[in-house]
Design a protein around this ligand. Sequence first.
Ligand SMILES: Nc1ncnc2c1ncn2[C@@H]1O[C@H](COP(=O)(O)OP(=O)(O)OP(=O)(O)O)[C@@H](O)[C@H]1O
Length: 410
Amino acid sequence: MMRVTGISKRFKSYHTPADRLKEIILRKKYHRDIVALEDISFEVGEGETLGIVGQNGAGKSTILKILSGILLPDTGSIEIDGKITGLLELGTGFNPELTGIENIYMNGTFLGMSRTEIDQKKADMMDFAELGEFIYEPIKTYSSGMLMRLAFSIAIHAEPKCFLVDEALSVGDAYFQQKCMRKIIEFKNKGGSIIFISHDMNAVKTLCDSAILLDKGHILDYGDPKSIVDFYYGMILQKSHMGDAEVEVKKICVSEKGESSNTSTGEVKLVSFKILNERNENVSYIESEQTVKFVCEIESLKDLSEPHYGLSVRNNLGVSVFETNTYCMGIHNPPLKRGQTVKITYEMKMPLSAGNYSLSVGVANKGYDRGAFEEYLLMAHDVDILSIVSKDDAIIYSGVFNMDPQVSVK
Ligand SMILES: Nc1ncnc2c1ncn2[C@@H]1O[C@H](COP(=O)(O)OP(=O)(O)OP(=O)(O)O)[C@@H](O)[C@H]1O
């Protein structure tokens, strides 16, 4: 178990290096205080993964640096019965002039391993990193992906109690990332604690047992990863909304199956959401590969010049299995006048594996600008759940959906 209590960290920001000198000599304040973290507390149990999410500058890296001992907090404490290691700022604890093997010794020592321990684990570390002959070369000749392979291998073999995972993992190629993920899951299953920092919300929902939403150094919310991610999306909606409307995050109920976390500017309203089969009957479950209709009624509370509507289907791990919107599909929708209601029907086949799938809907106005809609108006998460049961005569397969392969064996 790891317990972090009341951690705070401030940085002094100087306009120029000369200001630092002036401050000392003239004994006058020449800096601006930046609150990177304020009174951060959390716990991670054995075998648990805590996700930390937040926008750029929220304080995520500062937490990791404090946990790994690179930075000291101004206040607060960290209690853990063992080591904390992880992937941090690639190169920390490495000497570029030394070979991969020499760096295993140096970095291993930095992570608290004895020489005998490193002697015993060196072969495993080298095997895992798969660097071939490069392991005998100075690491200044390594690509960032190769450096990451070495850093990960040493950090995970150092037998930590808590492992820190951040975006540095994405430097590795897809093959090595998968290998790292398998190792991380193995570590977790053996009782290791993990702190996972990522901008990939699907990964946070899939891998974490709990999550923290950080904003400007403060914990905005702490709890179940799914609601944290929904809250985070709500924040993004608010920031990407270029209109002047206030955004509210609230729970709504449009189906009998429970609550949906609805983030809305209040300019459109989700009136109803229905799941129908081919005979237009309301259904809550279908057989895999059947056609289904999702019918969504939206009321506009202001004039919308170029409305767009989106739908996403997520599996029970929160992973998006399908997501699209009318803008991406090249559909030009008629404008909506204030007070008008529009009915959007998505008719599609669902060749998904058996399980429960949640449906989310979104509404935006105007097209993409800088990779996002100009005006997000509504994001209603998990408005309904559709259960899919296996199709009797389907092939036996595992995975997310039936790709229906045509096989020829010659
Ligand atoms: N060495 C430093 N000196 C001054 N300010 C700093 C320093 N390191 C971080 N900060 C400030 O602290 C705040 C938190 O930064 P941090 O890097 O922890 O954010 P982050 O959530 O990791 O962001 P990102 O997602 O962009 O990596 C930011 O305002 C940043 O400018």
